[in-house]
Ligand binder design. Structure first.
Ligand SMILES: NC(=O)c1ccc[n+]([C@@H]2O[C@H](COP(=O)([O-])OP(=O)(O)OC[C@H]3O[C@@H](n4cnc5c(N)ncnc54)[C@H](OP(=O)(O)O)[C@@H]3O)[C@@H](O)[C@H]2O)c1
Length: 353
């Protein structure tokens, strides 16, 4: 059955893959675009990723504008949307609280309001840190009582991007509960390139890590032997996200999209290094010390990263049994994360350096 879908963030990395998948499955996909004149480029990308671009359309708008900046005509078209996928976000390090909130929190609330008003299912992309309750409590969020959070203090601890993702999640859940809307949240780990082609876009955190390694800037492994950077491939993530959207049992549920076979960080770097023929670091540098170094602007510039990027490297292990059951129920196979990582490393080496 063909369903009308609305996608925010459809021009981004995960979004392009999701739009390709939905259109390939025969759905009509309307993408919120700040620059709708780039529709032709998006359609080319969608076709290159195996989608059907004739089913992809642009709706001019902006997450920062009231009513998403949609024209009354586009708003009328959207009334037929069965599912609203919210992926749009300002995804960058070093954002101020105000910048991050304007797009990531207020934008998410606007999309949620639209979904609730027109009775569409909302599928929102969160982040795996929301499933690490120990971490949430450490930074001042009680997941059972998020309304009592001192948000400016959280932003000071984790930075603008992550603070706004956490705040957006709880604000959206509250809004949908108040309006009686139907919502599903998918929480991805750091996203790896496509499992077969390695396709990934510039600007992704994993690209920065691979680039630093290839350019010889990563001479020690951040953390300890117990630290890892949990990954999920982009194709697996969009398979899971699309399945969530059309599964009535997933209304009101959250799904962690994380591959627990991701190797520890030292092994991950070793696999990347081997794929592109460079040396991998053997010794460790403490995260606290590295964060301190990254507070020195020239060091952060040289490494092209910010201290907040290190928060995703951690020792916590996650329970993925619900994910496995969900994937099995939908016949979604988990790609080999090590092979996917090697394809991604070669893709970055060929196209992103
Ligand atoms: N990639 C990861 O490792 C990862 C991990 C966990 C969660 N996530 C979440 O997954 C979602 C998608 O991530 P991604 O990696 O695909 O990000 P991305 O490649 O940076 O794409 C961001 C998208 O958001 C759109 N956007 C930004 N500001 C906007 C605004 N004011 N109005 C409308 N659209 C706007 C961008 O559109 P333009 O083309 O106009 O810039 C782009 O389509 C985000 O919510 C992110 O937080 C990502």
């Amino acid at each position: 059955m063909s369903v009308e879908c609305f996608v925010t963030g459809g021009t981004g990395f995960i979004g392009q893959h999701l739009v390709a998948l939905l259109s390939a499955k025969g759905h009509t996909v309307r993408v919120l675009m700040r620059r709708p004149e780039r529709l032709a480029t998006l359609r080319e990308q969608v076709d290159a990723l195996g989608g059907n671009s004739t089913r992809v359309f642009a709706l001019a708008g902006d997450l920062q504008s009231d009513g998403l900046g949609l024209s009354p005509a586009d708003r009328a078209v959207l009334k037929h949307a069965g599912v609203l996928f919210h992926l749009g976000a300002q995804f960058a390090w070093g954002l101020s609280m105000e910048q991050a909130r304007a797009v990531n929190v207020e934008g998410a609330k606007r999309v949620a309001l639209l979904a609730a008003e027109q009775n569409s299912r909302l599928v929102m992309i969160g982040g795996f840190m929301l499933k690490n309750h120990e971490h949430l409590r450490r930074i001042g969020i009680d997941p059972l009582h998020p309304q009592s959070t001192d948000w400016p203090a959280v932003y000071r601890r984790v930075g603008g991007y992550e603070g706004s993702k956490l705040e957006a999640h709880f604000a959206t859940l509250a809004l949908m509960a108040a309006k009686g809307g139907e919502m599903t949240v998918v929480h991805p780990a750091t996203v790896c390139g496509h499992s077969r082609t390695g396709h990934i876009l510039e600007g992704q955190p994993l690209v920065a890590l691979i680039r630093n390694l290839v350019q010889g800037k990563l001479t020690a492994v951040p953390g300890t032997a117990r630290h890892w950077l949990p990954l999920v491939t982009v194709d697996h993530l969009v398979d899971l996200t699309a399945a969530c959207a059309f599964d009535p049992a997933m209304a009101g549920q959250e799904l962690l999209a994380l591959d627990d076979q991701t190797p520890d960080l030292r092994e991950l770097l070793a696999q990347v290094a081997e794929s592109v023929g460079v040396k991998s670091p053997r010794h460790y540098i403490s995260l606290r010390w590295l964060k301190w170094l990254l507070k020195i602007a020239p060091v952060a510039r040289f490494l092209n990263t910010q201290p907040e990027a290190l928060d995703f490297i951690q020792t916590t292990r996650f329970d993925t049994s619900t994910l496995e059951q969900f994937a099995n129920r939908h016949g979604i196979a988990r790609p080999d994360i090590c092979e996917s990582l090697q394809h991604t490393a070669r893709f970055v080496h060929s196209y992103c350096l």
